[in-house]
Design a protein around this ligand. Structure first.
Ligand SMILES: Cc1ncc(COP(=O)(O)O)c(C=O)c1O
Length: 442
């Protein structure tokens, strides 16, 4: 058990409200005098504690990142060992053992001649950014006019755009500094395959979240979509980028979501769970075919002018390696299989409730979609928010996506804790939806 400490909660909250700006957060509400943010101070396994020693189940794996649990001795030890050597060194012009070993281990997860090369970055967004830029330069180096990217409506792949738009990249050399990806959003595979031939010939790559669109509220793709997309892109010489930032490392029940449809994309982006939920790191994996034009000669034109200060960070790589080791040392995926089935059985209790429009499950991800009880003026998104706040009082932390409540805890959660999580959600939904919601939410 991690050591307890005395915290001055009131002082921390006051300083937070005075100095901090939180992501995706309406700061007016956050800073309101009656809002008491939780100050999370320690964790163990699937549990977190706040500064007042209240215990919670980490119901969304600390924003979908944690896999083996908090404060895992194996990952802790790996980071501590690396820390004794060095925390960070430049990856521009140098290499380091942790990054090299991680690249080798990750490539080793895929069959030969599929994904063979690793580009490092810091988070899901920059991993995707690297993938897009690699594809753009790939086609340029091949002398092709293919430049159009296709993405699926409701998809989410990150939120960086502004930094590069500010310019001055050109001073590092290479073309494409001022480039913005031309993206066409489409709604379905059928819509994609119906595009006219001339348009198809201009497609550089299609990007997809495999099996489930996470930030869309855990929208599931029809079975077979990914495999059909792979066949369609391959048949037309179009690159396929699979965004496994959310789904990678067991979240959908298999190591990668792609495994479930036997798909090997041309590029794959990994983030979030890569370091077990410990440190920010992402990888853009690519095939040797995509890498080839970048390595065929030493001109500036063939250099990929992209990277960040913390690229290849040794501590993050050590954490990621240790997390990967746990998959081979312990039957992580086998145990998860039984928990996925248990979660499915538990979810029946939620499915039967009157305010539930839909319950979707993809591996160890559960989305509970709320309908609006009573008057149409009641906002189901506000209701979901209120349910998550209420769930805290029952010992569960999670966050809604619009009118969806998400439950996706670390894999190490016990069945008893899973049962408690579903019970907490049930109690919170009952309490919020039955307590005259029109008074609270109109
Ligand atoms: C599928 C997917 N891709 C990319 C991202 C962006 O990752 P990050 O928040 O680490 O930049 C996310 C974040 O939720 C995601 O769900």
């Amino acid at each position: 058990m991690p050591p307890k400490a005395e915290w001055n909660t009131a002082a921390l909250i006051a300083a937070d409200k005075r100095y901090v700006w939180h992501p995706f957060t309406p700061m007016g509400e956050w800073c309101a005098p009656d809002h008491e943010p939780l100050v999370l101070v320690r964790g163990k396994g699937a549990l977190l504690w706040d500064s007042k020693e209240r215990q919670y189940i980490d119901g969304n794996s600390s924003i979908w990142t944690n896999i083996h649990g908090h404060n895992h001795p194996h990952i802790n030890a790996a980071i501590a060992r690396q820390l004794e050597l060095v925390a960070h060194t430049s990856f521009l012009g140098f290499t380091n053992p942790a990054a090299v070993r991680l690249a080798e281990a990750i490539v080793g997860l895929f069959p030969a001649r599929t994904l063979t090369r690793v580009f490092f970055s810091d988070d899901g967004s920059t991993g995707i950014e690297a993938a897009l830029r690699i594809v753009e330069q790939f086609w340029r180096l091949r002398g092709s006019s293919r430049a159009q990217f296709i993405a699926f409506r409701d998809g989410y792949h990150g939120d960086t755009a502004g930094a590069a738009a500010l310019g001055a990249r050109a001073m590092f050399g290479g073309e494409g500094g001022e480039w913005r990806p031309p993206v066409q959003q489409i709604g379905s595979l059928a819509e994609l395959t119906a595009l006219p031939t001339a348009a198809v010939k201009q497609i550089a790559a299609v990007v997809i979240e495999p099996l489930v669109q996470g930030a869309a509220g855990m929208k599931l793709w029809p079975k077979g979509t990914l495999a059909a997309l792979r066949a369609w892109t391959k048949g037309r010489g179009i690159l396929l980028i699979v965004d496994e930032v959310l789904t990678g490392f067991g979240r959908t029940g298999t190591m990668f979501a792609c495994d479930q449809e036997s798909v090997f994309p041309d590029l794959m982006v990994l983030g979030k769970g890569l370091s077990g939920g410990y440190l920010p790191i992402a990888l853009t994996l690519l095939s040797e075919e995509v890498f080839e034009p970048f390595s065929a000669g030493s001109s500036r034109e063939r250099t990929f002018f992209y990277g960040h200060s913390y690229t290849g960070n040794s501590l993050a790589c050590a954490a990621a390696l240790a997390s990967l080791e746990l998959f081979s040392r312990e039957p992580v995926l086998e145990l998860l299989e039984t928990k996925i089935a248990f979660l499915q059985a538990q979810a029946v209790k939620l499915r039967q409730m009157p305010w539930i429009q839909d319950v979707r499950q993809c591996g160890f991800i559960l989305a509970i979609e709320l309908s609006t009880p009573g008057p149409a003026s009641i906002d189901a998104c506000a209701l979901a928010q209120a349910v998550c706040l209420e769930a805290r009082r029952h010992g569960l932390l999670t966050r809604p996506i619009r009118n969806n409540i998400i439950l996706m805890p670390p894999f190490c959660i016990t069945k008893e804790q899973l049962r408690q999580s579903v019970t907490a959600l049930r109690a919170a939904i009952l309490r919020v939806c039955e307590s005259r919601p029109e008074a609270a939410f109109v």
